[in-house]
Design a protein around this ligand. Sequence first.
Ligand code: UFG
Length: 334
Amino acid sequence: MTTKLPVLITGGGGYIGSHAVLALLDAGWPVVVLDDESNSTGVLVPRDVPYIKGSIADRPLVASLLRDHGIGAILHFAGSMLVAESVTDPLKYYRNNTAATLILLEEAVAAGIPHIVFSSTAAIYGAPDRLPIEEGDPKLPINPYGVSKWMTEQMLADAARVHDFNYAALRYFNVAGADPDLRAGQIGKTSTHIVKIATEAALGKRPHVDVFGTDYPTPDGSCVRDYIHVSDLAAAHVAALEKLIERPHENLLLNCGYGKGLSVTQVLDALDVVVQRKVPRVIGPRRPGDPPQLVASNRALVETLDWTPAHADIHQIISDALAWERKLADGILT
Ligand code: UFG
């Protein structure tokens, strides 16, 4: 059995990164977290994990921590991730996602890091007209967020051709829920995601849920997305890392979803079932930039990795998110 060298987790204090920290620790991997706390506080990272507050764009810091901690792989989550904000402040996305990753990647290459797992997104596909989306389908992002992530994937692909590393680009669909043991969950400074907003409304933190459009060309008129439990996604990262190590000459491009589309209305109906009452909804206009439907083909994910989803049910996603929201409301983390 090979030695498990420490894994650097950029953005390990954030929502998805903190779940990946837990999944790696559970699988016996030593981890080191680098996080600039732009959308987190470090509170979700277990106390015994080496934690560095800083930016992936801080070249000397990255170079020294790769060396000093003997890092053997990088899971790269750090970045900005709000679609709407990327439209109003595009350069922030090219700076925080593309340009900052260039620095991290240059330092990783210089340090001889052999494996990189990158947080990509379904947003690279834009508004596809064919579902489910296959990894080889056209990359036609419709917002700067998606472009910034697609540019990063291209940097990784070009660099991996000539430098000695392999990589996985995990293209997330709609990530939701919380660690079933409530060790982590979503605590971002701004809530924009539907499951988070819905659970806040269920607990009375907001008066209702806005439904952004019911006139889409979908079965019930609201947008369709492929929701994946954050703990299943975290497990996919561990499996991807282990596959990169097992197959050092292959890269992995994998959609991460369940391959099942749910409309906004279906998600809110599931919330009503979980809380056993009707949480108020207000039907409103479309939100600019929302594609009508995004559903993954996850055939490659399932066939390539040793990964079976353990939480593939929207009711469980919602009830875990709700339990986490209750924990936040109790002030346990503040
Ligand atoms: N929605 C509402 N009301 C809300 C919030 C969202 O109706 O208050 C709707 C949106 O219009 C959309 C759906 O719920 O139709 C999902 O919206 P989210 O904001 O939860 O998620 P997005 O699909 O916009 O984006 C997320 C990630 C992106 C990723 C994308 C891939 O934020 O990074 O999933 O599917 F690219």
